[in-house]
Design a protein around this ligand. Structure first.
Ligand SMILES: Cc1cc2nc3c(=O)[nH]c(=O)nc-3n(C[C@H](O)[C@H](O)[C@H](O)COP(=O)(O)OP(=O)(O)OC[C@H]3O[C@@H](n4cnc5c(N)ncnc54)[C@H](O)[C@@H]3O)c2cc1C
Length: 462
């Protein structure tokens, strides 16, 4: 039980370990703390009326739990060595084993993503909540935290009294150890609105200079009243190569994956994945830009030469026929399981031809050298005037947070505030699309929960 070295406000409950935030990381930390030492008292709190909203919306309601091949190269933020250090303490096999032991079988799709065989995120949330119960964790919600302080040798956690709560629930929690798992700022309506950062700061932590949405749809600039021609193709999805290049034209990142054209710009796995690199590049290089190749595996020169041999075939038919050919090169960073390369629908060909000022019915031999070049460039290397992102409201994850350099990676304990552990998205780690973000939540939550419980056991023994 907590030591009573500082005055305790009325309506305070005490416990050995408090966990603030019961999303993926907080739930996992709770479970593993309870499994590690069943004798400690654990309270997990969350401001949300319903626990697990983000788990339920993940992977389009199917919950992409993890990825078959997780390595630090799929992550950004703090150093990759540090990220690897945490990931290897709870590898993918352990995630699969954990869910299997709770009766949930995971299946790998051709993309490498792992989902529950039920294709229903409820299966995952139900398994986690059942495990929380087995671990004898007291879960309080809605219980929105308004402040956290280090009081004496304990942590005092205050509930937001202006916010909903269950009548009879305490207003304060005093705990010997604290795990902060309040997530980032992505999808704030689920309860992750960034307030958790202020708790970490109050306890002595710093934040990265930039905290921005990642895995986020991109918006295309309007030209006056005129919207970008691609937004007229809203609803069209096809595999494309997206490339971020710096002002010197150096390639900084590239992915070939499914791209969805929308009424505001671009969404789907390819644009979400590249959004991180684009924002990072544009933060330091005003000339950095995004380029799209609708014919992955074709360079501009490849297409230019092929069009020159197109003779009397119409430009539209010629481009459309490319779908029956194998691309001359391996597409850049082709995502696993992506099919339908170069299969361009007619309405896209029409719009792209119009952008290059070419009539699709025109025979290839009638193209001037310049118009051939313009068309080849539009199809394979089109610079996109990205005006920004759709922001945290539509983002899947947060880039930035508390740097891992402030954390002891073997325990996820704070280097600046002993007794405090941190896990999940509140930290400066964000992964690519494909289950990597949950794997980070599981791994860091496991380490934080287990280590906090072990430390409490050792403290009690001394
Ligand atoms: C639409 C969408 C789809 C996604 N799909 C996938 C996917 O398929 N695969 C994948 O790997 N990742 C996916 N992600 C990312 C993944 O969901 C997150 O990286 C992961 O949930 C982060 O876990 P976390 O526990 O650190 O944070 P969160 O899940 O954000 O949980 C933080 C919790 O803290 C609580 N909290 C915050 N502040 C307070 C406070 N002041 N008081 C009390 N409680 C508080 C919140 O209510 C919340 O429950 C998706 C994200 C979104 C938004």
């Amino acid at each position: 039980m907590p030591t009573d070295s500082a005055p305790t406000p009325l309506n305070t409950t005490t416990c050995d370990l408090a966990i603030v935030g019961a999303g993926a990381a907080g739930l996992f930390a709770s479970i593993w703390a309870g499994l590690t030492d069943p004798s400690i008292s654990i309270i997990a709190v969350d401001g949300a009326r319903k626990i697990g909203a983000k788990i339920l919306v993940a992977g389009g309601g199917r919950c992409n739990v993890t990825h078959a091949a997780v390595s630090e190269t799929a992550y950004y933020g703090s150093s990759r060595n540090s990220i690897r250090n945490v990931l290897r303490q709870f590898p993918v096999e352990k995630t699969v084993e954990f869910f299997a032991s709770r009766g949930v079988t995971l299946k790998a799709e051709p993309t490498g993503k792992l989902f529950p065989t039920t294709d229903d995120a409820h299966t995952i949330l139900d398994a986690l909540l059942a495990a929380v119960k087995t671990s004898r964790v007291r879960l309080l919600n809605p219980w929105r935290v308004t402040g956290v302080e280090h009081s004496g040798s304990d942590f005092l956690i205050a509930r937001d009294t202006a916010f909903d709560h269950v009548p009879g629930d305490p207003a304060f929690i005093r705990a010997r150890r604290l795990i902060l798992a309040t997530g980032g700022k992505a999808l704030p309506r689920t309860g992750s609105d960034g307030l958790g950062y202020s708790f970490a700061k109050a306890l002595g932590h710093t934040l990265t200079p930039q905290i921005v949405p990642a895995l986020v749809p991109l918006t295309l600039q309007q030209n006056g009243q005129q919207s970008h021609p691609l937004v007229t193709l809203s609803g069209l999805a096809l595999p494309c190569t997206l490339e971020v290049r710096g002002g010197t034209n150096k390639r900084l990142a590239a992915f070939t994956n499914d791209t969805l054209l929308t009424h505001f710009g671009l969404s789907g796995p390819g644009p979400l994945d590249i959004s991180r690199s684009l924002q990072a590049a544009q933060a330091t290089d005003a000339g950095a830009a995004l380029y799209i190749n609708f014919l992955p595996g074709y360079l501009t020169d490849d297409l230019d030469q092929m069009l020159a041999t197109g003779a009397g075939t119409s430009v539209g038919n010629f481009v459309s026929d490319l779908s029956r050919r194998k691309p001359p090169r391996e597409p850049l960073e082709l995502a696993e399981g992506v099919t339908g390369l170069c299969d361009l629908p007619e309405r896209l060909i029409r719009v792209l031809c119009a952008m290059a000022n070419i009539e699709p019915s025109m025979p290839c031999h009638a193209l001037t050298r310049d118009s051939r070049k313009a068309l080849s460039r539009t199809l394979t290397d089109l610079k996109l005037p990205i005006s920004g992102t759709r922001g945290f409201t539509f983002a899947e994850v947060t880039a930035g947070g508390i740097p891992l350099s402030e954390i002891q990676l073997a325990t996820m304990e704070s280097r600046v505030r002993p007794g405090l552990h941190l896990c999940g998205e509140i930290l400066d780690v964000d992964g690519r699309i494909g289950g990597y973000n949950f794997q980070w939540a599981w791994a860091s939550g496991f380490v934080a929960g287990k280590s906090a419980a072990m430390a409490l056991g050792q403290q009690s023994a001394t």
